[in-house]
Design a protein around this ligand. Structure first.
Ligand code: UT7
Length: 330
């Protein structure tokens, strides 16, 4: 047992200024504001301007998190970037961000667990910090999904947006920080949500329109069913591991893909609306950036009190899911 925990000591975010509303989408594809709100809860999404690399969002989020933590970029030992739409396969997004923030003493790598990436990265960071190997770990969830969306496909283009969220992890008092965690992968279900990269099969080609081979495709209803089940199970697993009930939890901070998924899980778990941190209506699905962006907004507007019990829960491509219990405080 350590005399400290790995905890969040700083947060940051960047949400691009350009907005695409549901009404804008009505002019681009056969959809309606009413359909999108009723079926997803999304009202608008923010999109990176053309010509700007996605990692620039991560730099801004990281700078805020480092300043919030009260440390310097040179103090960072490790940068983990989670992303589904890297600007390059090499250099990694983490190395591009390292250069941008001048974290010259940091090791850096990307981690891909799709929308579950932030939860995976938190557990990886925890292990580095609790073992004493590293003191400060920066996680940047950097998602420029508009770059891999087919803007002519109403099945996907109404869902996604761009944003980056960042946290700095360091040692905190033992009563706070990361507690129980659960990570899972279901590779046999991976075909339900794909973004091809260096290889594309004929089957994947046939699912997409011409010249749109490197875009997101999903079987919406299969992913929906998986999402409600896995978010419910992953939350229950953490509650059981911790030996607590839903009433002992102050906030559930879920990955935000569709309000109906969040509400479906909340209903099964008997969690009230006030216990859930939701920003999806403003951002759309921003993949692994969902949870750190909510953390930044809620911590800076004073919602979290020291000792609050938070549960982070996410699902995503792979397919993957994960959850952890986090006690807010430094
Ligand atoms: O983090 C990434 C993981 N991805 C997800 O979490 C996605 C999970 N899935 C979903 O969120 C939902 O399945 C969707 C939002 C993708 C779709 O919602 P749905 O309620 O499952 O709709 P559906 O696919 O069953 O389609 C219902 C109807 C269909 O028309 P018909 O066949 O009933 O005439 C669709 O063609 O809605 C139609 N439709 C649309 N209509 C207007 C599908 N997309 C649209 C649209 N606008 N954008």
């Amino acid at each position: 047992m350590h005399d400290f925990s790995a905890g969040i000591i700083g947060t940051g975010k960047y949400i691009p200024g350009k907005v695409i509303t549901n009404h804008d989408l009505e002019k681009m594809v056969d959809t309606s504001d009413e359909w999108i709100i009723k079926r997803t809860g999304i009202k608008k999404r923010h999109i990176l301007e053309d010509g700007i690399p996605s990692y620039k969002m991560g730099i801004k989020a990281a700078e805020q998190a480092i300043s919030d933590a009260g440390i310097n970029p040179e103090d960072i030992d490790l940068i983990i970037t989670t992303t589904e739409a890297p600007d390059y396969l090499s250099p990694s997004m983490a190395c591009l961000i390292q250069k941008g923030i001048n974290a010259k003493n940091a090791a850096a790598f990307d981690l891909n667990a799709a929308c579950t990436g932030f939860v995976y990265a938190m557990v990886v960071a925890q292990k580095f910090i609790e073992s004493g190997y590293y003191r400060y770990v920066l996680i940047v969830s950097n998602e420029g999904l508009s770059r891999v969306v087919d803007w002519k496909s109403r099945n996907t283009c109404v869902l996604f947006g761009d944003a980056a969220g960042a946290v700095v992890l360091g040692k905190v008092d033992r009563q706070f920080g990361i507690k129980e965690s659960y990570l899972a992968s279901f590779g046999d279900l991976g075909h339900n949500l794909t973004i091809p990269c260096c290889y594309i099969s004929d089957e994947e080609k046939n699912k997409r329109s011409e010249n749109m081979e490197r875009t997101i495709w999903q079987d919406g209803s299969e992913v929906f069913t998986f999402a409600v089940r896995s978010m419910t199970d992953a939350t229950r697993i953490i509650l059981d591991k911790a030996g607590i009930s839903v009433k002992d939890m102050d906030y559930l901070i879920p990955h935000q893909a569709n309000l109906r998924i969040i509400n479906g899980a909340a209903k099964r778990l008997e969690i009230s609306d006030e216990q859930i941190g939701v920003i999806l209506h403003e951002t759309g699905n921003i993949s692994s950036a969902s949870i750190p962006v909510v953390l930044d907004i809620f911590s800076k507007n004073g919602k979290f009190k020291n000792g609050n019990t938070l549960i982070f829960v996410a699902f995503g491509g792979g397919l993957t899911c994960g959850s952890l219990r986090f006690l807010w405080g430094k």
